[in-house]
Design a protein around this ligand. Sequence first.
Ligand SMILES: *Cc1c(COP(=O)(O)O)cnc(C)c1O
Length: 464
Amino acid sequence: MTTRARDRLRRLPPVHEVLDALDDLCARIGREAVRARVRAMLIGIREEVLAGADVPDAAQVASRVRDGERADAGSLAPVINATGIVLHTGLGRAPLAQEAADAIARAAANPVPVEIDIASGQRGRRTDHVRPLLCELTGAEDATVVNNAAGALVLALATIATGGRVLVSRGELVEIGGSFRLPEIIEHSGSHLREVGTTNRTRLDDYARAISEDCLAILRVHPSNYHIEGFTQGVGVGALARLAHEHTLPMVFDIGSGLLRRDETGVLACEPDARGALAAGADLVVFSGDKLLGGPQAGVIVGRGDLVRAIERHPLMRALRVDKLTLAGLIATLRQHRDPAIARERIPVLRMVHTPVSALRTRAETMCDRLRRARIEAEVIETTAFVGGGTNPAQALESVGIAIRTPDPEALARALRTGSPGVFARVQRGTIVCDLRSVDASQDGSLCEVLLKRATESPPGTLH
Ligand SMILES: *Cc1c(COP(=O)(O)O)cnc(C)c1O
């Protein structure tokens, strides 16, 4: 290091001087937390100074620490999902119904009898609160719930198939969302995968021939986030369950998205449902709480009483247990599912999926008019939206979007993301597309405000 560089570094303000300028922040988040932030900030600034930047004074460093703290606190601020992917894992999947959000807020701020049986005052099980609802809604004998569906599947297999083999069709060995790899999940449950059939064809006979002494379960996984086009052949759930039962094996069905019963509107016709899967003979059905169920992140297991009870006794159950917030949100969501029409009206995910295209078009036209009056080059276009969240991509949804023409769509996309609220849109053929399928109608006003602000902020002449 040159003498000059050393001199410049020496002029950096000491930690205590910066801290003195941050008394208000210390009062809010504690002196030690602020000290750690100041230290980290000074390390970064040292590098900048060595690279030739000006040496900041204590007030300037303090101001940067304050900005950093504000950015961290706001990193989970609500945003608008205009991607057209209703269940966007990157955006936290299902937004909850107001009733569920309220139930979570109440449970969060108060003691609630999570593990106490109110009548007897004795210790109860936390899953007792959701069991009756899950059984009522799916027709299951018994039910339980853990943190997420990946955990639910590991737990189910760890309980029924440890040390043995699990048969799975090659066509179902999916990777979901880049981190859910079925073969790895199966290995971590302590059981071993036995692949059956080929990627595009698996016949009942393939399963029958693969059953051996050490086989402990047959697993069916809804191939949620990919779709094999063309000549494919699979085995029905009923036939697979019958084969399993002939060999006294349990059949587990991971349906993924948490549709509770057949969608009578036909919009989600490709999605398997929990009630149907159990009626067809599946012994255990596993699904997520925050996909088409429209609730908080959770993994639900419904099915045969003896198997569910064994699952609840497994030590992993404790490691994967749900908290009171999840329980409160899940119960409120399930209560709305008792009436399918109410569920479609009150649960945002279902409301979005079932909104008629004509309603989306009317909303888009209203917004587009406003944008055009501000001389933004916007037009209403037809789009294809998706349910998303690892659910069937063949499940495309007809939709409507607003396309904004701009010479630098990536720059506008970035500006929208950092708006207030942030807007997540698609960049498509040189335009920004805000797909309204994933936007709740109540957010149209804010979406329009951000578009007006950000699109007119672009340097003059860039919009044409
Ligand atoms: C999404 C999905 C999972 C994982 O669910 P998480 O709740 O995210 O753990 C597992 N299996 C299938 C078929 C899925 O679609």
